[in-house]
Design a protein around this ligand. Structure first.
Ligand code: UD1
Length: 418
């Protein structure tokens, strides 16, 4: 079983080129099946979730090639309209392929994604929206059978919650539907805008992304294009928290600071010195951080739930007590028991975590419960005395491109043992 070994208490120093965004590349790869000529997608991170997405595309009949951080996807000879259960299980966000498959084939069959490590993860908003566009959806032996024999038709859709995945699925289903779709209370995350940029340059007519009302005028076809995935704001936040916790000075290259305003504000409150020049962000930290006012996760542009675990790990080393409230997912604190093995003093009740800062963490053996919780263990381990062994790291590899090499490059003593 592979694991990550960290020898803590080394200051970080140097530069990191931030990977492409996991949460952008997945819907963009799904969108590529709507294009009648090949797509060339640059800045794809080398992560397990991209490998899973490519396996889904190959299963559907796409020709995919990956070279470095570029993926070429040719969906002209696509034949299948189902996603096998094993691939759905590996990555619950595979559900974002549903809208695209339905648009291309007028039918789709996927296994129900079920619950996950962050608590129940319903897809009711995805399904009710696709039904509003004209799909009939039945559950059959754990599979969702979707049919839109008469095609998909634009509609006004009011989301009761601005779900990221549901917004993406609606865009993918509506971009080639007949007529106009309007999404009210749409998600405003930057990854939605990246998907719309991709589709618009391929011939789509989508406007309003970044606001809570998105309008999509259906077009009859899309052409393949070249596209570069936006930087991963969550990976960037992870490296900032690593530096804040371990101390030192690092520069992140290729970030979009405007996507990270709420995280940067918490880092400033904690006493980190941040210097921003266009797409370069330098953090320098000496000594212990300060406690911060209560952090609450919210939809974008609020504080992102995915940045929570690493910020909690960072605050566990601060002077004083901080409070963190998780508003997006029901059960996101499972990793905290593992973090506490290193000596952090964090108590949780329901959606609230109370973090008593400590000046001493001690390396220990621990295990990842989920992707961002796993990254939080790495962040805490970097400032712990002695050696930390992190197990069950496939979670981390789902979303971080070469995390051990990246951190070694800035002076951390960390290695991947396979
Ligand atoms: C995406 C991100 C994930 C991030 C999350 C919130 C990807 C691949 N994943 O996940 O990293 O943490 O946004 O920013 O982009 N919900 C429902 N019914 C639905 C859909 C969602 O009740 O049909 C609820 C979920 O249970 C959750 C909340 O809405 O409590 C947010 O979910 P959503 O915005 O859909 O997140 P994902 O798209 O799954």
């Amino acid at each position: 079983m592979s694991k990550i070994i960290v020898e803590g208490s080394n200051r970080l120093s140097g530069e990191i080129n931030v990977q492409g965004a996991k949460n952008s590349v997945l819907p963009v790869l799904a969108a590529s099946i709507l294009c009648r000529t090949p797509c060339v997608i640059h800045n794809c991170p080398d992560i397990l979730d991209v490998d899973t997405a490519l396996r889904i595309l190959k299963h559907l009949g796409c020709k995919c090639q990956k070279q470095g951080t570029t993926v070429v996807c040719d969906a002209s000879s696509i034949t299948n309209c189902d996603i096998p259960e094993n691939l759905m299980r590996e990555m619950r966000s595979s559900v974002v392929f549903l809208g695209a498959i339905l648009s291309r084939f007028k039918r789709a069959s996927i296994s129900s994604p079920g619950g996950c490590e962050l608590g129940p993860r319903p897809i009711d908003l995805h399904l009710s929206s696709l039904k509003a566009l004209g799909a009939e959806i039945e559950e059959d032996h754990g599979y969702l059978q979707c049919n839109a024999e008469n095609g998909l038709y634009g509609k006004e859709i009011h989301l009761s919650f601005p779900s990221v995945g549901a917004t993406e699925n609606i865009i993918l289903a509506a971009v080639c539907a007949k007529g106009k779709t309007v999404i009210h209370n749409a998600a405003r995350e930057p990854e939605i805008s990246d998907l719309a940029d991709f589709l618009n340059r391929a011939g789509g007519k989508i406007c309003g992304c970044g606001s809570d009302t998105i309008e999509i005028e259906g077009v009859s076809f899309l052409n393949g294009i070249e596209h570069s995935i936006i930087p991963d704001r969550i990976a960037a936040s992870t490296y900032l928290c690593a530096c804040a916790t371990a101390n030192g000075k690092i520069t992140l290259n290729g970030v979009i600071p405007a996507h990270m305003i709420s995280v940067l504000s918490v880092l400033r409150d904690a006493g980190c010195d941040l210097d921003i020049h266009n797409n370069k962000l330098t953090i320098s930290v000496n000594g212990r951080l300060n406690r911060v006012p209560t952090v609450r996760t919210l939809v974008h542009p609020g504080f992102p739930t995915d940045a929570g675990p690493c910020v909690i790990a960072m605050l566990s080393r601060a002077k004083g007590t901080s409070v963190f409230v998780e508003n997006i997912f029901e059960n996101r604190f499972r990793y905290i028991d593992e973090l506490n093995r290193l000596g952090t003093k964090i108590k949780t009740e329901g959606r609230v975590a109370v973090i008593d800062g400590t000046d001493h963490l001690e390396g220990a053996s621990c295990s990842c419960t989920d992707l961002r919780g796993g990254a939080a263990l790495v962040v805490a381990a970097l400032s712990s005395e002695g050696v930390t062994e992190i197990n069950n790291i496939s979670h981390i590899l789902r979303g971080y491109d070469n995390i051990t090499e990246t951190l070694c490059g800035v002076g951390a003593k960390i290695k991947l043992v396979v």
